[in-house]
Write a protein that binds this ligand. Structure first.
Ligand SMILES: NC(=O)c1ccc[n+]([C@@H]2O[C@H](COP(=O)([O-])OP(=O)(O)OC[C@H]3O[C@@H](n4cnc5c(N)ncnc54)[C@H](O)[C@@H]3O)[C@@H](O)[C@H]2O)c1
Length: 338
């Protein structure tokens, strides 16, 4: 079966392409390489011994999107990763974020509605919960006003899909709300490739350890958590990728309880920033240079998933630990710097 993966050369997309190909799906990737590199295609090919079909295409170009779907009208499902994802940048460039994250979604959905098989998976985020009132966070927790244009694009994205599903009964969609994907493929042939200064904790840790950055700043140690640092639910990217394959099979087999479903993708366990650093130091055998600085604006205190819905209904659960993920991130960093 042919599956379209938009943003398939990005961090989560590339790992998902590997898992799809391992399961025998024929994958077509669309990416404009705005936040990825063409070499990722070689990494995927090396792992799976199969080169996915790749089209360099900007999904903001509606005409090109239409032409692509005219050529590939036998697509059985679409996994839509393509988006801009830097929270800080989205505050400075809101229109760029609304254009890239909303227009592309609309263009892709318009085309899916013309296909015979209308199966769609959307990359959403735990950011939709903001600082949740209760932990762990279930899917029924209220969606809080977005803290950034980026977060807002995920909320609006979900609403667009929900509204479209209401009037298209044969459209089946799943939104997967990722918590904090980290790590790299165990082969170290693909991983996270942040362009410029990393916005996320784990690539910042590995780049500091390898000598690319002087020091890691830990933003605040006076939060109401056991060690005072913020708590997140760090999940191995390969576990995230595998969830997409299971979700896609659920859509294709028409097993959904409704035609728009939402699942949390997390481990269910929160880890503090200091615990992540300790895990890194354990698996790398290396001390990390870090200092505690003031709190950063916009950080929620703690967020971790209730995974019951994903475990019981989707039939998926995580396989890797935080240490596994940190070890894979470190192996990847060492490999790319060599
Ligand atoms: N990484 C995270 O922590 C995280 C957490 C929650 C949700 N998400 C969401 O998951 C998705 C994937 O995230 P990621 O970490 O793999 O990001 P990424 O930046 O590594 O991958 C996104 C890919 O999409 C491509 N792309 C962007 N705009 C495009 C366009 N207009 N046309 C074609 N290709 C385009 C980029 O070149 C990149 O390869 C995003 O939607 C992101 O918002 C990520």
């Amino acid at each position: 079966m042919k599956v379209l993966v938009t943003g398939g050369l990005g961090f989560i997309g590339s790992h998902t392409v590997v898992e799809l190909q391992n399961k025998g799906f024929e994958v077509v990737i669309i990416d404009n390489l705005s936040n990825s590199s063409i070499e990722v295609l070689d990494g995927i090919t090396k792992i799976t011994k199969k080169k996915p079909h790749f089209e360099k295409l900007d999904l903001k170009d509606r005409l090109s999107v239409n032409q692509f779907f005219n050529k590939h009208n036998d697509i059985a499902g679409v996994i839509h990763f393509a988006a801009s994802k830097a929270v800080g940048e989205s505050v400075k460039e809101p229109l760029m974020y609304y254009e890239n994250n909303i227009n592309t979604l609309v263009y892709v959905l318009q085309q899916i509605c013309q296909l015979e098989s209308k199966n769609f998976i959307f990359s959403s985020s735990c950011t939709v919960y903001g600082q949740a009132d209760e932990l762990p966070i279930t899917e029924s927790a209220p969606v809080k006003p977005a803290e950034s244009p980026y977060g807002n694009t995920k909320q609006i994205g979900e609403e667009i899909i929900r509204d479209t599903c209401k009037v298209n009964e044969d459209l089946n969609a799943i939104a997967l709300r990722y918590f904090n994907p980290i790590g790299a493929h165990p082969s170290s042939d693909i991983g996270e490739l942040p362009i410029g200064v990393p916005q996320n904790l784990v690539p910042y840790i590995t780049q500091t350890a390898i000598g690319l950055r002087d020091q890691l700043s830990v933003f605040g140690d006076d939060y109401p958590t056991p060690d005072g640092t913020c708590i997140r639910d760090y999940i191995h990217v390969v576990d995230v990728a595998k969830a997409h394959v299971i979700a896609l099979e659920r859509l294709i087999e028409n097993k959904g309880d409704s035609n728009f479903e939402v699942f949390n993708l997390g481990t269910g366990k929160g880890s503090s920033v200091l615990e992540v650093i300790q895990s890194f130091e354990k698996v790398s055998g290396q001390k990390l240079n870090y200092k505690i600085v003031d709190r950063r604006e916009g950080d929620v205190i703690a967020a971790y998933a209730d995974t019951t819905h994903a475990n019981d209904v989707l039939g998926w659960k995580t396989e890797s630990t935080l240490d596994d993920a940190m070890a894979s991130a470190w192996n990847w960093e060492k490999k790319i710097r060599n």
